[in-house]
Design a protein around this ligand. Sequence first.
Ligand code: SF4
Ligand code: SF4
Length: 128
Amino acid sequence: MQHVLENVATASRAEPLSGEERVRLAAMLEENKKLAQLYCTGCAYCMPCPSNVDIPGNFTAMNYYWIYGLKEYVQHAYARLGRHKVEGEAIPARAASCLECGPCEEKCPQHIPTMAQIKEVEAALGQP
Ligand code: SF4
Ligand code: SF4
């Protein structure tokens, strides 16, 4: 209820936003843009990947980097992705293994450009 009252009070203001408020608003919009950049729900409809790339896992790591800025932590998590086991065998699960074959993109209900985003993950989180 308190939020509703605050929203009504804000929407009812007759005076324009101050310079400081405009700056803060612009900063918040930029933050929201970052969130919208990669709205992966983790549904895994894009899987399986013929190259065994863990697509939702990669995007989760990237979201942690973009949203929380935890680069070092996320780089470690990203490095661990390649160590997942399937039927006793280590599989290449990081974005670097992407073959750019494309079926994941067609299957994504969020219409995420997965191939381009996967490349960004590797560029941002791949170890030098
Ligand atoms: S484009 Fe890359 S991530 Fe998508 S299915 Fe092909 S190899 Fe896997
Ligand atoms: S299908 Fe799209 S939203 Fe679902 S896990 Fe794959 S990339 Fe994320």
